[in-house]
Ligand binder design. Structure first.
Ligand SMILES: Nc1nc2c(ncn2[C@@H]2O[C@H](COP(=O)(O)OP(=O)(O)OP(=O)(O)O)[C@@H](O)[C@H]2O)c(=O)[nH]1
Length: 336
């Protein structure tokens, strides 16, 4: 059995990749903006403040260079947020309303800088800081309106984050599944088998795999047409799924071949479930409009053995299925 082609990992996180690009832009963008501000202060001979801003700008740009291919640790971003919070507070103290303009971009940055775990805490902290500084340095009638508008920004950002995570889930699912059957695509065999094998090792539980191939499926296509064949494959997936539990992993392994991984399942139980699946195929005819046919399948089941890798495990299930085929089809064989 060949190993399958590489596919993006299921744990591929589009949001994390988006964050990486956003953070790179933020490090360089903020660095440049602060450097420009430092230049402006230098022209006004405010050397101390200008020097402080140059150090912050350099820190941002350097971080952008070091972490151009991975997300920087959260504590670095936390330091940056503290630095920006302080700069905005100082700016508000010295320039009043002018400092307010910098609050919004800083708040927006927080959405990209932190994982969900600490994001809420950081956004609350920075909001509390800005609110306190505003009440200190701005007239009340300005302060409460600005505090409210910042809350609106945080609310919109939170909706954006929730939508992103929803889209992320849907996109990953769409990408990983075969459109006809809704089962995982073959590309994910290695990842799925490896994951389940490791879980079994960790929890000291049995795990079994089943390969099932429809018999003489070419004849179905030849006799009834490819569209009918498609409908049979789709219905086969529905019937197989009926016997699968929540944690069972269903993969379309080939044209008319399906792989099911049964976590926490010994060989005997997996064989029983497979027997029921084969029964549900052979006893119930497949029909589309006026066309109807019966279909059988051959299957092989193998329990993972200690010391085997996922490829050897799958090979045993495959060999058992080949045996079922060579012994006349329409049967189940168990890997020894
Ligand atoms: N309708 C349809 N047919 C497909 C699809 N993918 C593969 N096939 C067909 O499925 C058939 C699979 O044939 P095989 O498994 O090689 O052989 P078989 O005729 O099923 O015979 P045995 O497996 O030896 O019992 C081929 O004729 C493919 O053209 C698909 O998405 N839709």
């Amino acid at each position: 059995m060949n190993s399958t082609a590489a596919a993006p990992s299921l744990s591929l996180n589009l949001w994390q990749q988006f964050r990486l690009v956003a953070m790179r832009t933020i490090y360089f963008g903020v660095g440049i903006v602060i450097a420009v501000l430092a230049g402006v202060l230098a022209t006004e001979s405010r050397w101390l403040e200008s020097g402080a801003l140059v150090s912050v700008a350099l820190a941002f740009i350097l971080t952008g260079v070091i972490y151009r291919n991975e997300l920087a640790p959260q504590w670095i971003n936390f330091l940056f947020i503290c630095a920006l919070g302080t700069l905005v507070s100082v700016s508000m103290k010295s320039s009043g309303m002018m400092g307010v303009y910098w609050m919004y971009p800083v708040l927006a940055m927080v959405f990209f800088m932190f994982d969900r775990t600490i994001f809420v805490l950081v956004i609350m902290l920075i909001y509390a800081l800005f609110a306190a500084v505003m009440y200190q340095f701005l007239p009340f009638e300005y302060a409460w309106r600005i505090a409210l508008s910042m809350l609106v920004l945080i609310g919109v950002g939170a909706v954006f984050l929730v939508m992103m995570s929803y889209m992320q889930r849907n996109l990953s699912k769409l990408y990983a599944t075969d459109p006809l059957t809704g089962f995982y695509r073959r590309d994910y065999v290695a990842e799925m088998m490896q994951t389940e094998l490791e879980r079994a090792k960790r929890n000291q539980q049995p795990v079994s795999a089943m390969l099932l191939d429809l018999d003489s499926f070419k004849n179905v296509n030849d006799k009834f047409g490819y569209m009918f064949g498609d409908a049979v494959l789709k219905e086969t997936a529905v019937r197989l799924a009926r016997f699968c539990r929540k944690n069972d992993v269903m993969i379309r392994h080939g044209g008319a071949e399906f792989l099911v991984i049964f976590p926490n399942t010994p060989l005997k139980q997996a064989a029983e479930m497979t027997g029921e699946m084969l029964d549900s195929l052979r006893h119930e005819p497949f029909s589309v409009k006026s066309m109807m046919t019966t279909v059988t399948a051959s299957a092989g089941v193998a329990e993972w053995r200690k010391g085997q890798d996922w490829g050897q495990w799958l090979e045993r299930a495959d060999a058992a299925m080949d045996k079922a085929k060579s012994q006349g089809r329409n049967r189940l064989r168990i890997a020894q």
